[in-house]
Design a protein around this ligand. Structure first.
Ligand code: HSE
Length: 442
């Protein structure tokens, strides 16, 4: 074994960084044996040294991250700061000074992955980011290496623990969105500003990364269609239950049927209770990968938190150190297919549409005609009176009582469904479109 240690600079020492530092110290001998050389934590850059956690070696702490990555003797920089800047500049500087980089930064990789990979390649360095997607769950490496000989057609999963916790609570207790969010905040799952999670930005960044790797193309955050879960109501969850489904915030990356484009999207969707993703509870993550030869694979585990994320970081760190020692680098970006990312309108799936309609002769036929005119085939229709028991409730200005009409379609394009709903909204007898939700996983 080489005795001269490989030197590591740690940028950020919060929940994840402090766990990385702890494991590097407590598992130093095992890590050295697995790499073939000792690994030394050479410096830890933080913004607030007064907040550094117990157990983190104080003598290594600095507020000058730039000077740390410019030292010239750093072999691997571990970036767990998050956000775009200063992380991007520090990573670029690290490459310029000969270091490989391990990052947990999904936002940065989703936005600037191509440029960062190019910078790494130019310097003969590695850029690894297993921790950016689904915490401890190995996904980036399996897609990039284990499945690289196969043809991946679909990646479908729950990649945000906070929103899964909220939806799970809504499903199990009948709580509304705000109540479930309050519980997630109180338990530390949701941040004080939950926007990135509940509006789907976090999941969209992960979808962009997964789609790019799975389909060997470039998918940026802006290419991902994104809908959060703030509009999901207790009524939607109850409606899903009546259909034998539950609601999950899904990230779905697909190769188009003709193979000429890909799509990536994040939105709430109903999935059947029989689907394995339906049993993913609390803040866990799970991802389905469908490939030509492998068939269906499922990856499951904790998608967030200090220790799980640190586990993924350490795996990358060992890989980067091994490559350094061997004088080479691991696989870089593979975006040779250059497949374009198609618009949401091209996505084909099933839909659950809940309408408030007048309850009078001909309404059902009128609604069905609109679906037919747009080429959207209806699978099931269920009508209930507004009291929920099939009884009409009074006569309104348009001459009929009110009813709820729930239409579930066969597979149709998003464009056809949008046009259908637009026309339905024009009908006098349609008083409102209460909700539209996609149905996946069948
Ligand atoms: N906030 C994310 C989640 C974890 O709730 O899953 C970090 O990506």
């Amino acid at each position: 074994m080489r005795t001269r240690p490989l030197k590591v600079a740690l940028l950020g020492c919060g929940v994840v960084g402090s766990e990385v530092a702890r494991i590097m110290t407590t598992h130093a001998d095992d890590l050295a044996a697995r790499i073939g050389a000792p690994v030394e934590l050479a410096g830890i850059a933080v913004r607030r040294p007064d907040r550094v956690r117990e157990g983190v070696p104080a003598e290594l702490v600095t507020t000058d991250a730039t000077a740390l990555v410019k030292r010239g003797d750093i072999d691997v920089v571990v970036e767990v700061i998050g956000g775009i800047e200063p992380a991007r500049t520090l990573i670029t500087t690290a490459f310029e000074h000969g270091a490989s980089v391990v990052s947990a930064n999904k936002a940065l990789v989703a936005q600037d992955g191509a440029a960062l990979h190019a910078a790494a390649e130019e310097q003969g360095a590695d850029l690894y980011y297993e921790a950016a997607v689904a915490g401890a769950i190995p996904l980036v490496r399996p897609l990039r290496e284990s499945l690289v000989g196969d043809k991946v057609n679909r990646v479908l999963g729950i990649v945000n623990g906070t929103t899964n916790f909220i939806l799970d609570r809504m499903d199990s207790s009948g709580a509304g969105y705000s109540e479930a969010l309050d519980e997630a905040t109180a338990l530390g799952y949701a941040e004080a500003d939950p926007t990135a999670d509940v509006e789907g930005f976090d999941a969209a960044a992960k979808a962009a990364i997964l789609a790019g790797i799975a389909f060997h193309t470039r998918v940026r955050l802006d290419d991902v269609h994104r809908e959060g879960l703030t509009e999901v109501t207790a009524a939607d969850i109850a409606s899903a239950k009546r259909m034998g489904c539950t609601v999950k915030l899904l990230a779905i990356c697909e190769r188009a049927a003709d193979g000429l484009s890909v799509t990536a999207r994040v939105h709430p969707a109903m999935i059947p209770l029989s689907h394995p993703l339906a049993s993913v509870r609390e803040a866990y993550n799970a991802v389905f990968v469908e490939a030509d030869a492998a068939g269906q694979l499922m990856f499951y585990g904790p998608g967030a938190g200090g220790s799980p994320t640190a586990s993924a970081v350490l795996g990358d760190l060992v890989a980067a150190c091994r490559n350094k020692l061997n004088g080479g680098r691991g696989p870089g970006e593979s975006a040779y297919t250059r497949l374009p990312v198609g618009p949401m309108g091209e996505v084909v799936t099933r839909y659950h549409i809940s309408l408030d309609v007048a309850d009078k002769p001909g309404v059902l036929a009128q609604v069905a005609t609109v679906f037919a005119e747009h080429g959207v085939s209806i699978d099931t229709v269920r009508q209930t009176g507004k009291d929920g028991h099939g009884a009409a409730t009074g006569v309104s200005a348009d001459g009929g009582g009110g009813a709820s009409l729930v239409v579930v379609t066969h597979r149709a394009s998003d464009a056809a469904l949008s046009a259908t709903v637009e026309t339905l909204r024009q009908l006098d007898t349609v008083r409102g479109v209460a909700s539209i939700m996609r149905v996946e996983g069948e």
